[in-house]
Design a protein around this ligand. Structure first.
Ligand code: ATP
Length: 339
């Protein structure tokens, strides 16, 4: 039995997480779900956006499933997401985006974006002076080697053929130059499993839109990965399609790439696909490969049968869409390897 810490959070977080948990329960009976508070509700109930009890539970569980939190402009606000990514050493952010429906006649997209998750523009170190603010953007050899090695391993293990480094080393010659050099060095040593590709971040954004099938796997710095994964999700149909995994040596947190979407919260119309697919990623991470495939197949079949959510102009809310996914999973075998 694996213990899963469930963190619904704010906005549409609880709605989409509930759908994903229903699907995971159908996929295997080998998961034990333990809920915990995070975000605005946690602040009201426990006085902290990431209470100690929640953080301890995240550390003690085998993995975590997270919804979203709404950020606040309060002066005492600290992002629970950036905190747990740092404190749990979740250095790799994996964001697969795959077309499940045809959008505006564009070619299908099937890309995995692997984003450095621990430094770059997200160090939250800002220096104020009379004229303005300087944000410190940190790129280290150690973190670059760690993420590029991870990306090579992940690509090979997932049967991918090409790995593209996305950077801006023509302008940021020191920091992005270091990242690119590390990429070139490590690709030299990977014995030809993968084809090496390089692309400037601005042209990568254009290419994702104009030639969605141009990329296989992308490895990139923190901010570029954040932006490009939303671009890729848009090409696939919207933010409701992009799952995400934060992975470290000991811990992991799976979540949708989107935020808490306060504009549609409570209406029952959020697309739960990204969170359900994040659940499938978590299953694979924990070794429940058959169950993971069963979830992915059920989601694909649901779309292929024409069941569309509101964000695609369809008429399915979170619950009825999930019911269609669940219907396609009835009778699927449980993961025997973990019995
Ligand atoms: P936050 O401050 O939490 O990041 P946000 O609204 O600024 O919230 P997102 O939550 O990423 O950012 O949402 C951006 C847009 O995409 C919103 O219009 C939202 O309604 C839409 N959106 C996000 N997730 C979904 C979803 N799962 N289903 C449908 N629409 C979504």
């Amino acid at each position: 039995m694996k213990r899963i810490c469930v963190l619904p959070g704010d906005g549409i977080g609880p709605e989409v997480v509930e759908c994903a948990v229903d699907v995971l329960k159908q996929a295997t009976d080998q998961l034990d779900f333990i809920h915990a508070d995070i975000g605005q509700l946690a602040k009201e109930k426990h006085g902290s956006y990431l209470p100690d009890e929640t953080f301890d539970l995240m550390k003690s569980c085998d993995s975590c499933l997270f919804g979203a939190v709404t950020s606040s402009e309060r002066s005492d606000y600290t992002s629970p997401v950036l905190t747990f990514r740092k404190e749990l050493d979740l250095f790799a952010n994996v964001r697969p985006v795959r077309s499940l429906v045809s959008v505006h006649g564009r070619s299908a997209i099937d890309v995995i974006i692997i984003r450095e998750n621990s430094e770059g523009m997200y160090t939250q170190r800002e220096v104020f002076d009379d004229e303005g603010v300087t944000t410190l953007r940190r790129v280290t050899r150690k973190a670059s080697e760690r993420i590029v090695s991870f990306a090579i391993r992940y690509s090979v293990e997932n049967g991918r053929k090409r790995l593209c480094c996305v950077h801006k080393a023509n302008v940021l010659r020191g920091s992005d130059g270091l990242f690119l050099q590390v990429f070139r060095d490590l690709m030299e040593r990977q014995q030809g499993h993968l084809t090496k590709e390089e692309q400037l971040v601005d042209s990568a954004a254009l290419k994702l839109v104009n030639e969605p099938d141009a990329f296989d796997v992308i490895v990139t710095l923190n901010l570029y990965g954040d932006i490009l994964s939303d671009v890729a999700a848009g090409v696939a149909g919207g933010l409701g399609f992009a799952p995400s995994g934060n992975i470290g040596p000991k811990h992991s947190v799976f979540e949708p790439s989107h935020g808490s979407a306060p504009d549609i919260a409570g209406k029952g119309i959020a697309n739960p696909t990204a969170t359900i697919l994040a659940g499938a990623m978590m299953l694979r991470h924990l070794g429940f490969n058959d169950a993971s495939r069963a979830v992915e197949r059920a989601v694909s079949d649901t779309y292929a049968s024409g069941h569309l959510t509101y964000d695609l102009g369809g008429r399915h809310g979170s619950k009825t869409f999930t019911d269609h996914v669940l219907k396609r999973m009835v009778g699927k075998p449980l993961d025997e390897s973990h019995r």
